[in-house]
Design a protein around this ligand. Structure first.
Ligand SMILES: *Cc1c(COP(=O)(O)O)cnc(C)c1O
Length: 397
């Protein structure tokens, strides 16, 4: 872990020390070489171009759109966390990483996607399907038999299965190991959006997934101050294609954003621990609140995804969804809160609340009165009292 790799991106990583626990990797990965007087943290490297006069060797730094030392520490940390054989690929946003992964679907192929997943992924896939002529099929990702049927209906060589679990914003839990293995058996490429779970809760490459994508904007960076994405794979071929997509489309990350993301990553395990504990408490109280119609959180013993989540994930995450009777009540709750911030996005230290259907492109199968909570790291009592008071205000005539 200590030997800094100064090659740029393609090629294998230096042999890794038998792994530390993820909490340690988060703190340790991507540090500069240890020598007296050296900086403990990587610097913010600001250079668009790199010295060279011979034939261009893409395993070294050449030009800032191809790769830069500003990305390397974060990309190495990501690879270690997701158990990838190759460095991660940082992108200018989660959606840029997703678009690069979607470019792997062949022209006349089929993309199988959860009907509830990040709405931007669905929109991006839908638009790309029309333009490039692949078929987009949406499935209930929690219904394993239905997904396997969809897999059986497609030509393996040109298909991709997209998994998001738990899903945004419905918190459905897929049988990720079973689905990845079914796709693998049929030679179908699998991509997992691991934004909600983070590599602390699940590492899909270990299950045989081909690519993992992240909105780094959310938990990994963790402070609602950057927009950033990443893709991770252990396949040389897929790495080359994703890298080429990044270089040719140019959806690259800025050095300062990547530096902030690595800084944020250092505290991921303590942030997740607190946020998950808060989420569990809030979900439990919401589930018996008189003004709440339904609460979805995989950590609730009665939740449809509970058993799977308990078996597959090393935690239940910190996103909670609940429904009020009407959209008006949900909007009133989001307007009445003071500790929570009414805003989209998730994964930051501050707690956010959003009625998802305020976005016109959210699927209609998401209930009108559904509020998504991104539970942060404030004191649980303050979060609960604020939410409870807002619910009462919203329901008083
Ligand atoms: C936010 C989000 C994205 C998109 O990432 P950006 O960084 O906003 O581009 C993708 N997937 C999931 C699950 C998300 O929550």
């Amino acid at each position: 872990m200590r030997s800094r790799r100064h090659t740029a991106y393609i090629g294998t990583m230096t042999s890794r020390v038998p792994s530390y626990a993820p909490e340690t990797v988060l703190v340790d990965a991507g540090r500069p070489d240890r020598r007296d007087g050296a900086s403990v943290n990587p610097p913010i490297e600001l250079s668009s171009t790199f010295v060279g006069s011979g034939e261009i060797d893409h395993s070294d730094y050449v030009y800032g759109r191809f790769s830069t030392p500003a990305w390397t520490p974060f990309e190495e940390a990501l690879a270690e966390l997701e158990h990838a054989e190759l460095p991660g690929l940082v992108f200018g946003s989660g959606l840029a990483a997703i678009a690069a992964a979607l470019s792997l679907v062949p022209r006349d192929g089929t993309l199988i996607m959860p009907r509830h997943c990040y709405q931007g992924s669905l929109e991006s896939a839908g638009e790309l399907a029309e333009r490039s002529g692949f078929t987009l099929t949406t499935v209930d990702i929690a219904d394993t038999a239905a997904v396997v049927n969809a897999l059986d209906d497609v030509a393996a060589a040109s298909a991709m299965l997209w998994i998001e679990s738990p899903t945004n914003p419905m918190l459905e839990v897929a049988d990720t190991p079973a689905l990845i293995s079914a796709a693998r058996d049929r030679g179908i490429l699998t991509v997992v959006d691991n934004t909600f779970a983070t590599p602390l809760l699940q590492t899909p490459l270990d299950l045989g997934a081909d690519v993992v994508v992240h909105s780094v904007t959310k938990y990994l960076a963790g402070h609602s101050d950057v927009v950033l994405g990443a893709a991770v794979t252990s396949s040389e071929d897929l790495h080359k294609r994703l890298h080429s997509e990044r270089s040719l489309r140019g959806a690259i990350a800025g050095p300062f954003e990547v530096w902030l993301a690595l800084r944020g990553l250092r505290t991921l395990s303590v942030r997740m621990e607190r946020a998950q504990a808060n989420a569990a408490l809030i979900a439990e109280r919401l589930s018996s609140h008189p003004s709440v119609v339904e609460t979805r959180y995989p950590g609730l013993p009665g939740d449809p995804g509970h058993e799977r989540a308990a078996a597959q994930l090393s935690g239940f995450g910190a996103v909670v969804a609940f429904c009020t009777q009407t959209a008006q009540q949900a909007t009133a709750v989001a307007e009445a809160v003071r500790v929570w911030t009414p805003a989209t996005s998730l994964g930051g230290v501050e707690s956010l609340i959003e009625r998802r259907r305020r976005n016109a492109s959210e699927p209609e199968s998401v209930p009108d009165g559904l509020l998504r909570l991104s539970v942060g790291i404030e004191h649980a009592d303050d979060l609960w009292n604020d939410l409870d008071a807002a619910l009462r205000t919203a329901h008083s005539p």
